[in-house]
Design a protein around this ligand. Structure first.
Ligand SMILES: NC(=O)c1ccc[n+]([C@@H]2O[C@H](COP(=O)([O-])OP(=O)(O)OC[C@H]3O[C@@H](n4cnc5c(N)ncnc54)[C@H](OP(=O)(O)O)[C@@H]3O)[C@@H](O)[C@H]2O)c1
Length: 277
């Protein structure tokens, strides 16, 4: 498994598993848990969830899936912006820990920028670290200016990742955010890496994948994994798709193939607002 270093030096598998909408349909929970466990077996031990997903249902499902496997997992969850204060964050974190059935979260992310001052949020993260409730913290959906503001507050440069909407069809962050993050050694955690399935229906991607004897999902994920500082966290609740996605790890795209993808999905030609879902 390819691994990516966090700024602190710890390395984490480049391909992980998302969990948005897991636990929504009680009839699918068994398969979703089995899928997460199969992914763990295949080395996809980075698991991403959030207190928001199904009002805690996704965290509870993850808790069930990782029971007995805790030590193998790098567990990421996210706090709502309205819970990112000195008072609310410890309670939100405790509730996440209880649902996940773990003693500590490996990476606790601010889900998106909110109205609580960043300095207070950073202090709240630091207090949870001191209490042993979280090992690392980071952010999500932060654009370049917001990253600069974060780095300007005391302790703000300790953020270990920025989780962002990033896939072949959403390359806007390559204009100025990705270079800034690279310069500060903050990795990108690419969410919706197959645009919730929509990217797979793009004609050019389909025909290229066919030529390579691969699936569109594998090409889209391999494109993200070709970068040194990008994690990808596709979500699937189906074992056969999980295995399909995991096989992206052994697809190395050649420079010609990367150029072909650039022609199909051009990089940005100017600045634009950060996209999010
Ligand atoms: N920080 C944020 O603001 C934020 C926002 C969005 C997402 N996220 C995180 O990122 C994770 C991934 O993003 P996402 O769930 O939005 O989208 P995604 O991973 O791009 O796509 C997931 C969708 O694609 C389907 N799918 C997965 N593999 C497939 C394949 N090989 N072939 C065809 N369909 C496939 C899944 O259906 P099945 O399950 O039925 O296979 C699901 O409907 C989330 O689950 C969440 O953990 C974070």
């Amino acid at each position: 498994m390819k691994r990516i270093p966090l700024p602190c030096g710890e390395t984490v598998p480049a391909l992980g598993q998302g969990t948005w909408h897991m636990g929504d349909d009680p009839q699918r929970c068994g398969e979703e848990i089995a899928t997460l466990r199969r992914g763990i077996e295949l080395g996809l031990t980075l698991i991403d969830t959030a207190e928001m997903y199904g009002d805690g249902r996704a965290e509870s499902l993850v808790g069930e899936a990782i029971r007995g496997l805790r030590d193998d997992i790098f567990l990421v969850t996210k706090v709502y912006p309205h819970n990112a204060s000195r008072r609310a964050m410890p309670l939100a974190c405790e509730a996440s820990l209880r649902r996940l059935g773990v003693e500590a979260i490996d990476l606790y992310l601010l889900h998106w920028p909110g109205t609580v001052p960043l300095a207070e949020t950073v202090e709240a993260f630091e207090a949870l670290q001191r209490a042993g409730k979280i090992r690392h913290w980071g952010v999500s959906n932060f654009d370049r200016e917001q990253m600069e503001s974060l780095h300007a507050v005391p302790g703000g440069a300790a953020a270990q990742a920025n989780q962002l909407l990033y896939n072949l069809g959403r390359r806007g962050l390559e204009w100025d955010l990705a270079p800034w993050l690279r310069q500060h050694r903050v990795p990108v955690m690419a969410y919706s890496p197959i645009e919730q399935g929509r990217l797979l229906r793009t004609r050019g991607l389909g025909s290229m994948a066919k030529r390579l004897g691969r699936t569109p999902a594998q090409v889209a994920l391999a494109w993200l994994l070709a970068q040194d500082d990008v994690f990808a966290i596709p979500k699937t609740g189906r074992r056969e798709r999980l295995e399909e996605n995991a096989a992206a790890l052994d697809l190395t795209l050649s420079p010609d193939q990367l150029r072909e993808l650039d022609a199909l999905f051009p990089p940005p030609s100017g600045p634009g607002p950060l996209e999010m879902l």
